[in-house]
Write a protein that binds this ligand. Structure first.
Ligand SMILES: [Zn+2]
Ligand SMILES: [Zn+2]
Length: 445
């Protein structure tokens, strides 16, 4: 097909899909399962790049909020959500420069970047202190309406016994304390419910997403699958300590994703789980190094405007993909299947894998045992029917046509280009396309 006809077809499809979306909104449906999605920049919408997981000197990061905002703006990001542990950056907070995580180096860099009358500092008992800027101050100074958006958020940082359970809330309006609970599942559900309650009370859209399921081997696929109102998780987190790939005992985040999708679309009657990529950056002064640094993973959201409401609405409608380096031009999912166009780079090759689960899959599972035969509290082992690679090809375009029994299909694109500053050494740049409901799932709904 010529470029012109492709363009004509794209424009027409965009109009049709936009109308369908409008209809969905008007009917008041908040379903996350959009049946048909055309994701491509057009006159009304464009791709926005953002990171939804960020730490600063307000909690355990080593950089000032305003310097982080500048870093992301200078690295071609359109939006950034600050998510320090269990707080919003809006109180009065002084830090001791030398004792802070960034020490003198962070302060000197701050002084160089903001030499004029911006920094508030004082001497206390002979020690230099700096007053941390609030989210509102940093937003006023650095955000640029329509061009660069800063979003308020929190990493609700909870634990069950020794298992970390961290949930991010994007566009949070009031701080939420971790609520605890009697199990990993209950803690996830309690904290999710608190976010949803605030969303309903304030009328502001707030996105909830489960962070790094494999960090500290905190969360199993079976537990996360059951959580109501929690439909996003980090398939990729840039922190080198979060074990995205799992190990001999623990399932990878992608394996967890497929288990969740298969369970949700059959026995649990819950919506799709979407996979996002984030940085979870804490360290900003030695880039690149093996510390948790910015620039490793992000989301690309197709939206009509750069506002929290527009971004969250489109995220919740699956109108985005996750990336650790690969850029997509277009993603189409409809009743026929799923197709992808990659914005290829010279001398780089791309492998596209369409991954899914068919109805009638074997749902049986077995526990993972330790060397003494005791059951381990980790994601169970399932048949290879779950998360099977349906098709694999190379090139900058690929499509998968449904055969009729797919519950869902998602896509993973892996490039031959090594990630310049990876989460795990040896990672190639990748992108993750969100799961599309297949004909077998639609039949049962
Ligand atoms: Zn965390
Ligand atoms: Zn974090």
């Amino acid at each position: 097909m010529s470029r012109y006809w492709r363009w004509c077809l794209a424009t027409t499809l965009t109009a049709v899909v936009s109308l369908a979306c409008l209809w969905t909104q008007d009917s008041g449906t908040t379903s996350l399962n959009v049946g048909s999605n055309l994701l491509a920049a057009n006159n009304a919408e464009r791709w926005y790049r953002g990171n939804l997981h960020t730490h600063s000197l307000w909690s355990d990061g080593d950089e000032y909020l305003e310097m982080i905002a500048v870093w992301y703006r200078d690295h071609q990001y359109d939006f950034l959500c600050f998510t320090d542990h269990n707080l919003l950056q809006r109180t009065e907070r002084w830090i001791d420069v030398e004792k802070s995580a960034g020490k003198r180096l962070a302060y000197d860099k701050l002084r160089t970047r903001f030499p004029e009358d911006w920094i508030e500092e004082r001497m206390r008992e002979g020690r230099l202190e700096v007053k941390l800027k609030t989210f509102a101050q940093v937003t006023q100074r650095i955000a640029d309406p329509g061009k660069y958006l800063l979003i308020q958020g929190e990493e609700i940082t909870d634990k069950f016994q020794k298992k970390p359970i961290h949930i991010n809330a994007t566009n949070l309006q009031e701080p939420l304390p971790p609520l605890g609970g009697g199990s990993v599942y209950e803690i996830m559900q309690n904290n999710t419910n608190a976010v949803i309650a605030q969303r309903e009370r304030t009328g502001q859209p707030i996105l909830v997403h489960l962070n790094h399921p494999n960090f500290g081997w905190g969360i199993t696929g079976e537990e996360l699958a059951k959580v109501r109102g929690e439909n996003f998780f980090e398939v990729y987190n840039g922190h080198p300590g979060v074990d995205n790939k799992g190990d001999a005992i623990h399932a990878s985040t992608e394996r967890i994703w497929d288990i969740i999708l298969a369970k949700r679309l059959t026995e649990l009657d819950l919506p799709l789980m979407y996979g996002i990529a984030t940085d979870d950056g804490h360290s900003y002064h030695q880039i690149p190094s093996r510390k948790s640094e910015p620039g490793r993973g992000w989301v690309m959201v197709l939206a009509s405007e750069l506002t929290p409401a527009s971004l969250i609405e489109n995220l919740e409608n699956g109108r985005f993909y996750a990336s650790s380096g690969v850029t997509l031009q277009r993603v189409v999912s409809d009743e026929k299947g799923l197709s992808i166009d990659i914005a290829g780079e010279p001398d780089v090759e791309y492998t596209v894998e369409f991954i899914g689960t068919r109805s009638g899959f074997d749902p049986a599972s077995t526990p993972v045992l330790d060397k003494d035969g005791n059951e381990l509290n980790v994601t169970r082992r399932y048949s290879e029917d779950i998360g099977r690679v349906f098709a694999k090809s190379t090139g900058t375009a690929a499509s998968y046509q449904f055969t009729g029994d797919e519950l869902y299909v998602r896509a993973r694109i892996t490039s031959t280009k090594l990630h310049p500053n990876p989460s795990a050494v040896g990672d190639f740049e990748q992108a993750w396309v969100q799961p599309a409901l297949g004909p077998a799932a639609k039949k049962s709904q």
